[in-house]
Design a protein around this ligand. Sequence first.
Ligand SMILES: NC(=O)c1ccc[n+]([C@@H]2O[C@H](COP(=O)([O-])OP(=O)(O)OC[C@H]3O[C@@H](n4cnc5c(N)ncnc54)[C@H](OP(=O)(O)O)[C@@H]3O)[C@@H](O)[C@H]2O)c1
Length: 254
Amino acid sequence: MAELPSSNESSPQVGLGSRKVLITGVSKGLGRALALELASRGHTIIGCSRDQTKLDSLQAQLSNLSSTKHLLCNLDVRSNTEVEEFARATVENELVPNIIVNNAGLINRNGKMWELDAHEFDNVIDTNVKGIANVMRHFIPLMISSNKGIIINMSSMAGRDSHELIAPYCASKWGVEGLSKAIAKEVPEGMGIVSLDPGLIYTDMLLSCLPDFAPNYQSPQHWASKAATMILNLTALHNGASLTVEDPGTLPNP
Ligand SMILES: NC(=O)c1ccc[n+]([C@@H]2O[C@H](COP(=O)([O-])OP(=O)(O)OC[C@H]3O[C@@H](n4cnc5c(N)ncnc54)[C@H](OP(=O)(O)O)[C@@H]3O)[C@@H](O)[C@H]2O)c1
């Protein structure tokens, strides 16, 4: 893991002040916990996911935390057109992000690759890889105009190692690693693109792949307090790095 520069960035009063942070997949799990953590530190959230009821409840929670205007949109990251409209909405609302966390993702049901539907394989790649590409396609040009911006693409230990029964997910996260490193070479010097293994956290996703063990792992809230500090400290010096949130946890013994 790359060494992060030390900083006491834990409130908007220090460091670079209040940031506009775009997070995909904010309806639940890591994205929601990160949105609430960052809003509680005074940062502005631009979020998206597809479940409107969950977006409404998050909007209410964010309003209780701060008087800042947060922007939550219902959209599917698999749709290039919807992401393009989202980018336009951030410009219109003067909310072009300083930081993007490409967090939206899904995992296939546990199963050997040849036992899974082709549709399920496609859905994992379309969301985890092409969804991130859609966001970068439409938001990098907005960031390039100010020659600033940090993009965090959510990877996994499955993007750096191999695991049985989740081959589509592994392929997608290795894809995230490659996509991030290649695009890091294309952006101007002021920008930073990293892949981030968040560690193991008790969410619906972990419950799907490790049903017997998931409740033993850290909560999304605990994770978010570590991840928020790390994310706020990233700079262009980290461009191209593969990072891991501290204390990621280990897989259960077979
Ligand atoms: N939990 C872990 O231990 C762990 C470990 C390694 C990596 N990760 C990575 O961390 C990220 C978050 O995982 P999580 O555990 O928080 O999963 P989660 O609880 O299942 O949440 C996934 C989020 O992604 C959103 N999403 C899924 N498909 C979407 C789409 N097409 N368009 C927009 N939003 C979409 C979901 O919202 P809607 O369904 O409402 O759209 C939801 O908000 C993922 O990229 C995952 O691969 C997690």
